[in-house]
Design a protein around this ligand. Sequence first.
Ligand code: ADP
Ligand code: MG
Length: 331
Amino acid sequence: MTALILDNVCKSFGPVEVLKNINLTVEEGEFVVFVGPSGCGKSTLLRVIAGLEDATSGTINIGGAVVNGVPPAKRGIAMVFQSYALYPHLSVENNMSLALKQEKQPKAEIAARVAEASRILSLDDYLDRRPSELSGGQRQRVAIGRAIVREPKLFLFDEPLSNLDAALRMNTRIEIAKLHRTLKASMIYVTHDQTEAMTLASKIVVLRDGRVEQVGAPMELYNNPANRFVAGFLGSPAMNFFPAELVGGKAGEVIGLRPEHLRITKGGRLPGTVVHVERLGGDTNVLVDIGAEDNLTLRLFGQYAIEPDAKTELDFDDAHAFRFDMDGNRL
Ligand code: ADP
Ligand code: MG
């Protein structure tokens, strides 16, 4: 069964159209990531799916049933927020079991589900603690546990890692990926972080200004972006863009090149001057001024003795170059 079908979903707040004709299918067991810049409508779309906002038009089908007008608690979804939203006066165990108690589930069933969730999330040793006695990562695990015990048809995550520091974010990201493999559940995950999108998703939905720009597997979008926006949004450092004339191309076109596809070559078609070097240990990022609006970023694997102000010549394989028109459409 299909986990979710959105058919022409629109959402306006007063005169402001925030979501514009969103069409999307989430298959059972898929991990779908909504990614896009801040303010593009990701949270609004998730809230419309959850039933926390009504769609202005269009239909929302969860697990085979149209749920427009159905309250959130009856949609078979569970949502995890950035802010954890735990009850401070309740223990970890009671935070996790509360919704099941409210549903009047049998005691043994509640105990079994909480035990299973705390085992999966390694929370066994913390069941008696209050949220204030936990680290940020542990609190977020409790929030995820509270979703797991409800055995939802669809998990909804809204930027669950944004409050964590970088190291913890990576650990928790890996835990969420494992969790998805363990539960084989359908999940929708919202983030503005392209690394999270690339590493977690089986399918990425790139949103911009309330519209879907492109849908596809991470490497499909990376290797075959539909337009300049998607090309520039996925990948770090971001794709380089420069006028095609600089390499003998047509006026009015733009070339896009990933930093890893540029190389320093004597006699290369892009002469320039090094303006900055970022040494990351494993990689070296070199920024080069080629007389275009933006500096080019070149990503070299390993460590290089290259310094600012050095004259350099860059080149690339034409097979790696993307061509865009002035409106950002892929050619
Ligand atoms: P994202 O999660 O991608 O950062 P949001 O979905 O939160 O973006 O917001 C999308 C747009 O909708 C923003 O311009 C925001 O100001 C607007 N918006 C969100 N909620 C409301 C609301 N309740 N009333 C009016 N405008 C809203
Ligand atoms: Mg948001």
